[in-house]
Design a protein around this ligand. Structure first.
Ligand SMILES: N=[N+]=NCCCCNC(=O)[C@@H]1[C@H]2[C@H](O)[C@@H](O)[C@H](O)[C@@H](CO)[C@@H]12
Length: 450
């Protein structure tokens, strides 16, 4: 057994997202989002689930903040529903929507919890989608206007801001693979979406600086690590393309003002390229204060130019390790490798783990307890790697576990549970799982033994 310690000022937290927990989808002036449209379309989400009610967090601010206070977190990462504050995506503000976030932020601050705000966690106003969504350059300025509204409204109250959650999911999972809203399957569109969101990110960061908003701003790519099947150039390059797809493609333009050459050449070989307009890359490369790392799993990949290799000629083969209940392989070493790679490539910037967690569908047992020992084991394995990274000089500043509570797991609906707190979706009763108590202990001690 060893002791795994963390720095005194380490920001322990948990994360959620608006569409996954709020509900109240058509209350108090909220506009429709692309996820309302997608989830209401038969066949898109398992069991026909949707976020109409979700965890009903819109009506349970005090109850949920009490869960956070009892847990002892220093920060709470949540996202804002853009159509709740700007029902049409731009123009007329919905004051009731802003009031909800003021209630939440004021309750957090009153309980000594720092708000960590994600501006965009996938719920684009449907009105903007009707004009082309992220495939249209018009959405760039709509996002910048939304960001400016939020910066001014919460100036001094919210000091940690994330522009986009998981750009790869926004672009490729949603517009090339068709798995998430709006459900397109068009590679050029996905490349266009990537570019437009990067320009929108840059414009928002630029306004954040120009407005003199106190605090820090960053972006949170999802980055699954990739391990080469054989130590050959072909397999290593196949892994770099997998990682480059969701990581470098977004972080290189921000840090270096250009897309990664090896990925540009790969797309151009297939007949695709980003719709760069003069000046775009200078906007994108606004300096940011941190990178948010969302890490869940890794893959083992090998070169395969055939169908099994897909668009990147990179075929995933099993790591031969245990999987969580959603089928993702458990590979904690990948978190360390990812942190190392990111630190080495981008000049050891400040990093937060903005999401890390596991899907285990343990249910309520006799006596109302939920013994999710597998989640505790998963978290411990990954926190060991986080502590190792810090000891190796990587500027890891905090860890936000996904997620505070079971919630709407996108195309999987409510069948997949990631929460430290169980939610009964019939009664909306919250029940703390064993992992909630374990994580509470880790936070209070700032170390753990394993
Ligand atoms: N097909 N397929 N898909 C693979 C998808 C991998 C990327 N998905 C994530 O990282 C999502 C991230 C999201 O922020 C959160 O909103 C989600 O609830 C968690 C759990 O799913 C994770």
């Amino acid at each position: 057994m060893s002791i795994h310690k963390f720095p005194q000022d380490f920001k322990w937290g948990v994360a959620t997202a608006s569409y996954q927990i709020e509900g109240a989808y058509n209350e108090d002036g909220r506009g429709m989002s692309i996820w309302d449209t997608f989830a209401h379309t038969p066949g898109k989400v398992k069991n026909g689930d949707n976020g109409n009610v979700a965890c009903d967090s819109y009506h349970r601010v005090e109850e949920d903040v009490q869960l956070l206070k009892d847990l002892g977190v220093k920060v709470y990462r949540f996202s804002v529903s853009w159509p709740r504050v700007l029902p049409s995506g731009r123009g007329e503000v919905n004051q009731a929507g802003l009031d909800y976030y003021h209630r939440l932020v004021d309750a957090l601050v009153a309980n000594g919890i720092e708000p960590f705000c994600t501006l965009y966690h996938w719920d684009l106003p449907q009105a903007l989608q009707d004009e082309g969504g992220w495939g249209s350059r018009g959405t760039i300025d709509a996002f910048a206007e939304y960001a400016e509204l939020m910066f001014n409204e919460f100036k001094g109250k919210i000091k940690h801001w994330i522009t986009f959650n998981e750009p790869w999911c926004m672009a490729f999972l949603s517009n090339y693979l068709g798995v998430h809203a709006p459900g397109n399957k068009d590679l050029q569109l996905a490349i266009d979406v990537s570019h437009h969101l990067l320009v929108a990110h840059g414009k928002a960061v630029k306004r954040f600086r120009e407005l003199g908003i106190p605090g820090e701003i960053g972006i949170a790519p999802n980055t699954a690590w990739a391990v080469p099947y054989r130590n050959t150039e072909e397999d290593i390059e196949a892994c770099l393309r997998i990682y480059g797809w969701s990581g470098d493609w977004y972080l290189d333009p921000i840090y270096f003002g250009e897309y990664p050459k090896f990925m540009l050449e790969w797309y151009e070989k297939l007949g695709y390229k980003p719709p760069v307009v003069a000046g775009d890359m200078d906007i994108i490369r606004q300096p940011i204060d941190f990178i948010g790392i969302n890490y869940y799993t890794s893959s083992m990949n090998r070169y395969n130019p055939g169908e099994a290799g897909g668009m990147l000629s990179s075929e995933a083969v099993s790591l031969g390790v245990a999987k969580t209940d959603i089928g993702w392989e458990i590979y904690a070493e990948g978190l360390y490798q990812l942190l190392r790679y990111t630190a080495d490539k981008y000049g050891n910037p400040n990093l937060y783990i903005t999401e890390n967690g596991a899907c285990y569908n343990d249910g309520l047992e006799q006596g109302g307890r939920i013994h999710d020992q597998r989640r505790i084991d998963y978290l411990a394995m990954h926190l060991i790697q986080a502590s190792r990274a810090i000891e190796d000089g990587i500027n890891l500043k905090g860890y936000m576990e996904w997620s505070l509570m079971d919630n709407f797991e996108w195309a999987e609906g409510y069948g997949m549970r990631f929460g430290l707190v169980h939610v009964d979706y019939d009664t909306l009763v919250r029940t703390k799982k064993d992992s909630y108590y374990w994580y509470k202990g880790v936070i209070s001690r700032n170390w753990f033994e394993r």
